[in-house]
Design a protein around this ligand. Structure first.
Ligand code: GRG
Length: 295
């Protein structure tokens, strides 16, 4: 298996599935639909839907119920980026190498587009009930989708991140921010995939622990790229953490220390993955990619 080719193929498949759930740009409200579609079509690595589908397959899933959930999770991820780029948050004009949503549509419309995507995500996931297959695991998957994105999850992490700007924060606070803001959406991806395929509570807990660790490592890599990254590859300016006076693993440990920590967490994650009841060579390679990526 050549990992980069396999990832490109799986991301391309995810892209088609997401596209199929995007709304037509029509009606009086078509400007906001345009802004929603623009944001999703900006691209991105599509890691969360790829991880979700991988876990669905790893746990024996063969149906279609995972597809609306893949699209839904990417919609929530996209809403979070649209809002994160707003002038009241990070005020970033570039996302994935293109003008961010508020740079094109204005801050008001970008706020509404983010809200629209969050609602559309749940509308989309709910269409799983319309499928002609066993949907008994869909309610549990919906619960994961809702909780991991909300105040106990990603949103909660963003709250503490915003409140911490310009302040000196403890390791525990930094860990809380990374675990909630970043890891929760990766946990959601893997847990929903496995849950839809019928994995039990105990297994879901192991998956949650594994993805939490990987999610923090992913965010540490993000902090490193914000200092050392290539702007052309990243598709956004570097140095935004310093500009926004954010404490990161890099500011606390220095670059070599942050790199070592990301490596250590990945090794620990690889070892935790051995405790799962199933295995995927692709996911093993993906775990390494998360901390070696250049964008
Ligand atoms: C409610 C106003 C309001 C805002 C909410 C929750 C939130 C905004 C923002 C948090 C989202 C955030 C920026 C998380 C950081 C996680 C992260 C590293 C995202 C980038 O993920 P990639 O690299 O992105 O997978 P691509 O572009 O590849 O999809």
């Amino acid at each position: 298996m050549i990992f980069s080719e396999e990832l490109r193929k799986k991301a391309g498949e995810a892209e088609k599935i997401i596209e199929a759930y995007l709304p037509e740009e029509e009606g009086e409200q078509k400007t906001v639909i345009g802004a929603m579609n623009y944001s999703v079509r900006l691209g991105g690595k599509r890691l969360r839907p790829v991880i979700m589908r991988e876990f669905y397959s790893m746990y024996g899933g063969t149906g279609k119920a995972v597809e609306p959930f893949m699209a839904a999770l990417e919609m929530i991820h996209t809403y979070s980026l649209v809002h994160d780029d707003l002038p009241v948050m990070d005020n970033d004009l570039l996302r994935r190498g293109k003008p961010s949503t508020h740079a094109v549509y204005g801050a008001g419309m970008a706020t509404l587009a983010g809200d629209g995507l969050l609602n559309l995500a749940f509308e989309t996931a709910l269409t799983a009930f319309d499928l002609n297959e066993d949907v008994s695991n869909v309610p549990a998957a919906l619960k994961i989708l809702a909780e991991k994105a909300g105040y106990r999850g990603m949103l909660g992490g963003q709250v503490v991140d915003v409140e911490s700007e310009g302040k000196s924060i403890s390791w525990d606070t930094l860990k809380f921010i990374h675990e909630k803001k970043t890891a929760c959406m990766l946990e959601s991806a893997a847990m929903i995939g496995a849950c839809l395929a019928g994995a039990g509570e105990e297994e879901l807990k192991k998956i949650e622990d594994l993805l939490r660790l990987l999610g923090v490592a992913f965010q540490v890599r993000d902090d490193i790229l914000d200092v050392t990254g290539d702007e052309a590859l990243l598709g956004k300016p570097v140095g935004s953490d310093e500009k926004n006076k954010k404490i990161t693993y890099v500011s606390l440990l220095g670059l070599p220390g942050a790199k070592e920590e990301a490596e250590r967490m990945t090794e620990e994650a690889l070892s935790l993955a051995k405790g799962l009841s199933t295995h995927s060579d692709f996911f093993d390679a993906l775990m390494r990619f998360l901390v070696e990526r250049e964008n």
